[in-house]
Design a protein around this ligand. Structure first.
Ligand SMILES: Cc1cc2nc3c(=O)[nH]c(=O)nc-3n(C[C@H](O)[C@H](O)[C@H](O)COP(=O)(O)OP(=O)(O)OC[C@H]3O[C@@H](n4cnc5c(N)ncnc54)[C@H](O)[C@@H]3O)c2cc1C
Length: 318
């Protein structure tokens, strides 16, 4: 029934009963009854209007690299992965939200543009990276981007990123809004060094013409570090806890002797203590239980409350 109504909206692909586990890096989660894939901003506007008029709740899926999804799955999931165009103007690069960060970094390298290397190795869509303000100590998506195209029911508008309430791994989008594109300004070599770390301010000059060889070298060095310090061959959502102000969550967990502990197939990685890995058939409840154990042991030992970084989807709307 819903299928037929959705199919009347131009520019949408609709899939039924799709495994969400297969669309996440953690490989955990039940099915999406409807996976809706708009191909354009207009199609996204229309489907958001349709869902609003019907009063139907939905989720937005990026690259699925920060998600823990319950086995009950979800009713309606929107994926922007067909919206992945990159467009360069004289002043900026505009990237649709479904474009993968890795593709954008490769594109920047091929255009000899520096500035994004610090984000390499983060598996993300551009929309998900802005929503989570993904980054490292040296650079964050919010520090690079100047504007975001926010799409809601039947309309879209550009907003400066400083109005998105970006902070450490968080943002505050107005309710019902989706990031459908991001603008990153082009700068000159003299504007280098003006990038911020975790904040959301728009500094401009984020992508800077540079020497391809040195960009490539930085990418290799950063990727090499990730490969040697993270369990990249095993399913995970990356770091499950945010770093508290005092020190890294991984160090706190390691100091409590929790590396390698497990609940069923959910285990604390022996390589990086803030990564929970799925050793095969981990369930969402096992992961939640493991996270509770870690949280309470770190609290008992240090008094510090760890806050989840991973986003949890329960079909009851939490
Ligand atoms: C191996 C590994 C390493 C990682 N390393 C890092 C790291 O160094 N730094 C870091 O910050 N993160 C890291 N992460 C976590 C993850 O990559 C980031 O949080 C990333 O930004 C998630 O983007 P995504 O597109 O996969 O979003 P998803 O996981 O699909 O979704 C995450 C949240 O964003 C929302 N969302 C997604 N797209 C949109 C959109 N277009 N509009 C509005 N909301 C949206 C979703 O609804 C959800 O709430 C790592 C993960 C893995 C698996």
């Amino acid at each position: 029934m819903l299928d037929r109504e959705l199919k009347r909206i131009e520019g949408l692909e609709v899939q039924r009963d799709i495994s969400l586990a297969s669309l996440t890096t953690f490989k955990i989660g039940g099915p999406a009854r409807y996976l809706i894939l708009p191909g354009t901003v207009t199609a996204l506007e229309k489907v958001l209007l349709f869902l609003k008029e019907k009063g139907l709740p939905f989720r937005i899926l990026g690259q699925g690299s920060n998600l823990l999804i319950s086995e009950r799955g979800e009713e309606i999931v929107l994926s922007l992965r067909h919206m992945k165009r990159i467009q360069m103007t004289r002043r900026a690069v505009i990237i649709e939200a479904g474009c993968r960060l890795s593709r954008l970094i490769a594109w920047a390298l091929s255009h000899s543009l520096a500035g994004m290397e610090g984000l390499c190795g983060i598996p993300a869509s551009i929309g998900g990276a802005l929503f989570m303000n993904a980054g490292t100590k040296s650079v964050s998506m919010g520090g690079l981007a100047s504007k975001a195209l926010l799409t809601g029911p039947g309309e879209s508008h550009w907003v400066p990123v400083k109005r998105l309430g970006l902070g450490y791994r968080k943002s505050h989008l107005p309710p019902g809004q989706v990031v459908s594109a991001v603008e990153i300004p082009l700068g000159t070599p003299s504007s280098e060094g003006r990038k911020t770390w975790q904040g959301g301010s728009s500094m401009g000059g984020a992508l800077i013409p540079s020497d391809t060889r040195s960009i490539r070298q930085r990418i290799r060095r950063i990727m090499g570090k990730r490969i040697s310090t993270q369990p990249l061959g095993q399913p995970s959502p990356g770091c499950v806890f945010k770093n508290p102000a005092e020190c890294s969550a991984g160090k706190l967990i390691e100091d409590c002797g929790l590396k390698g502990i497990s609940v069923g197939d959910a285990a604390i990685s022996k390589i990086h203590a803030n990564f929970v890995i799925n050793r095969g058939n981990a369930t969402s409840l096992q992961v939640v239980e493991l996270m509770e154990i870690v949280k309470s042991q770190v609290k008992d030992a240090t008094g510090i409350d760890l806050e989840p970084e991973v986003t949890i989807w329960n079909s009851n709307g939490e």
